[in-house]
Write a protein that binds this ligand. Sequence first.
Ligand code: GLA
Length: 588
Amino acid sequence: MRRLVIAAALALAFGPAAAQAPTPPMGWNPWNAFHTEVDEAKIMANAEALRRTGLAEAGYRYVNMDDGWWRTRRPDGRIEVRTSMFPSGALPDGSTSMRPFVDRLHALGFKAGIYTDIGRNACSQAWDRHSPNLPEGSPAAREIGTYGHQAADVALLLGEWDFDYMKVDACGLADFTPVQPWVRDGTHRAFGPWIVRGKPDAAAAARVEGLYADLRKQIDAVRPNGDVVLSICAWGEARVANWAGRYGSSWRTSPDIEPTWTSMLLNLDSAIARPLYAAPGRWNDPDMLELGHGEFDEKHLTEARAHMSLWAIAAAPLVLGADLTRMPQALIDIAGNREVIAVDQDPAGNQGVTVMRAADTQVIARTLAASGQKAVALVNRGSRPRKIRVPLARLQLAPSATVRDLWTRRERSVDGVIEVALAPRETVLLLVRGQALRPGHAYVSELPARVRVLEDGAAALSTAQAATWVPVQANAAPSGKPLTLHGDAVADGIGVLAGSRLALRLDGEFARFRSRAGATTAQAGTLGYRVIADGKTVFERSGAGPVDVDVAVAGVKTLELVTQGAPGRLTQVAWAGAELVRQAPVTE
Ligand code: GLA
């Protein structure tokens, strides 16, 4: 019985089949180009542009509306469409509907996306006060968010109107506190806050999660075949990475992107530090692309290619945000580079993991589905030219490999070390094809899509730590510092906090799990370690020193790694060199 319960809990942890988003969603959204000053004609012109430019065929299939489409919530609870913005939505009987707009997109072969909020109000009502397209009427009529209206709104948006994608923001939980001017002036009702930006531990995370969980139930009730993408937009707050994958297809990991190099890197970092939270059907979202804007426009093609490369290595949703009707060809070509898109969309769904890092340079590697293949981004984050040398061994590849530059499309053989010279802010994206350095062995940190964080042990973090640490990391400690085991450097491993529980999806494909485990520093006191194979404890040890784990896992579907420290005490722990060894091939 207990085994059954555990099996059911694990099935839940690995989420519903990745039906909605087996690879990161791709599409277009008007927000970065138009904010709320968009209309049906502009959206349809961009949909046409997606077709004309070949971007639709390259995979950009969701055409989304963002904030601003609503005029008011009527006394009977139904949302009225702003028909000055969506003229097709003014029906002969005087009612309004987004269905004609959705039908037009579907007829062109696109999927259609819509925006709403998990609270009572939307972001524009707090942050776009000058917008001519804010909801109108009494405070209740301005409450166009889903709070208190979930079932009816989901039935309207996904049922009656037939949208395929829902971006659900969270400003209604964060930005309508009693002190805010738009609340004090009596136009909007006070709420919470349940989210305090930048203070994850001040958020009512469980209540925020509860709302998205309820929303998922409503979505499943209206669309039981699971064909709706839910994009959770809580900007990395409320410890969203911990729970969002259970309900949504993606979750924002950071504040809104701006078209600057600094903002792009900040958002990249928020996603790239969390590879162990993402997998097919559940993606970290560093926000939409800024190609075509500011420091990523046609005068900054190096930066534009870097931005695109980094979103691809991060397995990020690729949502264009520029006015494509005026997008220069050079930028269309960047957005449409099929080989780069193929990296983003690789079916194994392993997000890229940082394997080397210096002040201004970074190497991010992504294990692809095809055996012996890695996508590798060599990043110059700074403003001076740099050289990067990556030993093939650091990619777990044997000394001779073929390397293809996915921007120049040049291919060469490499012996031992990949060497690249980078211009300021340049990222080189390579497809590296070789042989495994140690055939049959893979570090868990190379296979992040197989990992689920069941418990992160973060309760012991201070407020300051909770804001910046990532409780479960690949090749780094939760603090973000390089990973160590009792002070000794660890190149490949998982950094966790004591109290954590990870699940590895093995699907019966491996023969052994091996690791050294221990605190990152000596003198951390006694720790406990447990390894559980399909619900059965197969390894249990406690002690002050590092322990060696070597367990047979033939036939095992799910392996859990559990660490236990002194209650309330914060201890960083390394699963050093944690690796999976494949079944030996049967030889005749
Ligand atoms: C928030 C989101 C943005 C956008 C705006 C709309 O800021 O993070 O992506 O949707 O709201 O107001």
